[in-house]
Design a protein around this ligand. Structure first.
Ligand code: ATP
Ligand code: MG
Length: 406
């Protein structure tokens, strides 16, 4: 049975009084965009909720799209009836009959919002429950631990009957908590960090450092594919800044500070990212660092690397276990791309014994000793290439071009 409507509930942001209007509006826009392929669906905003009247559009096709919208706490497919006893009873029985698996126990929870309705919630629990029990012999009531909770909301404009509450992505609507740059490698972690940052309401642009010709065209394609996956959650597109890191990396590799190579590279990456962030009016840098994972992600390394940046460094994965990260990567569909074998710039010239405990003064001295490091950083910023990646990038690849902000 295709439901008549969908009720969408918002997440934690509804508690933030003064921003509420902005969030509500943003949510409605996001839902509208995500459901543009369902022209008959009517989307209406109610206080802290959204209702979708399906008008025959398929709930099964719509549900996966709703699950990807940040800010949706949960949603329910709804059978709508007139606010009139017999109509409500028959809708309730229909909803129970349409369950994929018939339960042994259930309970009815009626909420009477329309105070004009002649029966109160308690009476209605019995009036509806009794009708369902008569219609489905063998079914029992269990008030404490029912297998199915049949909910009935009596509103003045009509009554909503539903039994299923689907968990949504949660978080905040995309872009309602400011803008940051995501340092995106081709690995498993940074796309997941990007997803979590976006889910918390951050608008993102991505920065990727490549060492062409040491890194291949396929490595670039891989990063584009990752951004394409992530762009899916924005309702629009994500800008990808491709930065040539070849000269800097070569200079660092030749500088005889073997155990510091990674530390030095990371610091230069952050310095470039900060310059780009300033141009793009972003107020934070997101990385895929996870504490202890590799030499450059010890607390001591994070300290020395992070000190080169003034912007807040956001590390959504910092306390996450690798298995947790992989689980998210699989759900958001980036894992399969991330494990493709193409070289990332950081996997080239990797020292045998990278330090896990760099000394800030030594690192700063090493940077001073690399001739024209500052100039190379400026050059890398100046020659950055920017692409705008949409979910249908593959088909749009011919027409998508370089952005003209540089
Ligand atoms: P990932 O799986 O994201 O590559 P990782 O565990 O392999 O992470 P590192 O390779 O040490 O860790 O990189 C740490 C973080 O630095 C990455 O998560 C990413 O945010 C950033 N980073 C590393 N390499 C690049 C790159 N080539 N371009 C952009 N950012 C990078
Ligand atoms: Mg990596």
């Amino acid at each position: 049975m295709n439901p008549d409507m969908i009720l969408i509930r918002f997440g934690e942001f509804t508690i933030k009084g003064k921003n509420r209007e902005k969030f509500d509006k943003r949510m409605t826009e996001q839902v509208r965009k995500a459901l543009s392929a369902f022209p008959r669906a009517e989307i209406t905003r109610a206080y802290g909720r959204i209702y979708i009247v399906l008008n025959g559009e398929s709930y099964e096709e719509m549900a996966p799209k709703l699950k990807d919208i940040f800010g949706i706490a949960s949603f329910s497919p709804i059978r709508r009836s007139a606010s009139e006893l017999e109509a409500i009873r028959s809708a309730a029985l229909d909803v129970m009959r349409a369950l994929p698996k018939q339960p042994e126990t259930f309970k009815v929870s009626v909420r009477r919002v329309d105070k004009e309705f002649p029966h109160d919630s308690q009476e209605m629990n019995h009036l509806v429950g009794g009708h369902v029990l008569r219609g489905l012999p063998g079914l029992k009531v269990n008030v404490r631990e029912p297998e199915v909770e049949l909910r009935v909301e009596i509103q003045p404009e009509g009554t909503y009957v539903f039994s299923s509450v689907v968990t949504g992505a949660g978080g905040f609507p995309y872009g309602t908590n400011g803008k940051a740059l995501l340092l995106l490698s081709g690995g498993i972690d940074s796309p997941v960090a990007g997803y979590l940052a976006m889910r918390q309401g951050l608008e993102l642009e991505a920065v990727h450092y490549h060492s062409f010709p040491f890194t291949s065209e396929q490595a670039k394609e891989k990063v584009i594919e990752l951004v394409r996956r992530l762009s899916h959650y924005t309702g629009a597109s994500i800008k990808l800044h491709l930065v040539s890191f070849t000269d800097i990396q070569t200079a660092i590799a030749q500088s005889n500070h073997n155990s510091l190579i990674i530390t030095l590279m990371r610091r230069s990456m952050l310095r470039i990212a900060e310059r780009l962030a300033e141009r793009r009016e972003a107020l934070g840098l997101v990385t895929g660092d996870s504490l202890g994972q590799v030499a450059s992600q010890t607390l001591s390394s994070m300290n020395v690397i992070g000190r080169t940046a003034e912007l807040p460094l956001l590390r959504p994965l910092v306390t996450m276990d690798k298995n947790e990260i992989i689980r998210i990567a699989r759900t958001i569909g980036t894992y399969e791309t991330s494990i493709l074998p193409y070289e990332d710039c950081c996997t080239l010239f990797v020292p045998k014994n990278p330090t896990t405990n760099p000394n800030l003064a030594v690192v700063e001295k090493a940077e001073e000793s690399i001739a024209s490091l500052d100039a190379m950083i400026e050059q890398a910023v100046a020659t950055t290439e920017t692409l705008t990646i949409t979910p249908d990038w593959r088909t749009a690849v011919e027409t998508a071009g370089q952005d003209d902000w540089f």
